[in-house]
Write a protein that binds this ligand. Structure first.
Ligand code: NAD
Length: 248
């Protein structure tokens, strides 16, 4: 498959889980990659596993640091001559009941899972506008739509990502920039290792498919949204692999 031939994609959270699977799928589809994450060693491992000949740069960055994100975006744009696709996938997840949550825990979650999406868009989208178009794919979560017990901070951040996606889609469409969210249900990655076994068992029981998904089962949705003509008619949408819901 080479539907992303000639596309240059910047992927945050690319060192692990869903971001790493999107990196692999994009490389197999012919894209050049700028991979960004806090975990530089993880990025090196993902880059080493990409198909031979993939044009790839690695950017060790904390996506909550505005100056660092700006520098990372400029470096990626310079290295590849532009960025056509931005995938905001970096994220954290902790389980804390509201009555035990301190404000710093709340702030950290909102910084990593929501403000980072604003920052990466802030420093990449203007270049897409200047170039005449692009695609932004924000990785939200079903929990942003449904809410999750012990996850008020995470659910609020991911609901924020979905609202941000809809607003930016309206603002950017006239410039040829299409903006969508992917809101997966549970996917087996290190992110959910920390959730309680009770939470995991209850979640699995409510899924129509009866199982957690795998990162490589989410990545094709990100390929679709980045590609022509498959992604051409999507903007402001939220796609939900393993969402647990059946459309009416
Ligand atoms: P993961 O832990 O495997 O990957 C997350 C990556 O984000 C890691 O490589 C981590 O180093 C990076 N990261 C964290 N904080 C960072 C920071 N400040 N700066 C830069 N990088 C940072 O988890 P995953 O499951 O692949 O999660 C990817 C995205 O998918 C997240 O946004 C998560 O909320 C979302 N998501 C996951 C699930 C799931 O069930 N796994 C479901 C819905 C949504």
């Amino acid at each position: 498959m080479t539907v992303l031939n000639g596309r240059r994609a910047l992927i945050t959270g690319a060192a692990s889980g869903i971001g790493a699977a999107i990196a692999r799928a994009y490389a197999e589809a012919g894209a050049a990659l700028a991979l960004a994450d806090l975990d530089g060693d993880g990025l090196a491992k993902v880059a080493a596993g990409l198909p031979a000949g993939t044009a790839v740069t690695r950017h060790t960055v904390d996506v909550t640091d505005a100056d660092a994100v700006r520098a990372m975006a400029e470096a990626a744009i310079d290295a590849h001559g532009g960025i056509d696709v931005l995938v905001n996938c970096a994220g954290i997840l902790t389980e804390v009941p509201l009555v035990e949550m301190d404000p710093a825990t709340w702030d950290r979650m909102l910084d990593v899972d929501l403000r980072s999406v604003f920052l990466c868009c802030r420093y990449v989208v203007p270049h897409m506008v200047e170039a005449g178009g692009g695609r932004v794919i924000n990785v939200a979560s079903q929990l942003g739509l449904k809410g999750g017990e012990g996850l008020t901070h995470y659910s609020a951040a991911k609901a924020g990502v979905i609202g941000f996606t809809k607003a930016l889609a309206r603002e950017a469409a006239r410039h040829g920039v299409l903006v969508n969210a992917i809101a997966p249900g549970p996917i087996v990655t290190p992110l959910i290792d920390g959730l309680s076994p009770q939470w995991q068992a209850a979640k699995e029981a409510e899924l129509p498919l009866g199982r957690f998904g795998r990162p490589e089962e989410v990545a094709p949705t990100a390929v679709l949204l980045a590609s022509d003509p498959g992604g051409n008619l999507y903007t402001g949408q939220t796609l939900g692999p393993n969402s647990g819901d059946v459309m009416p």
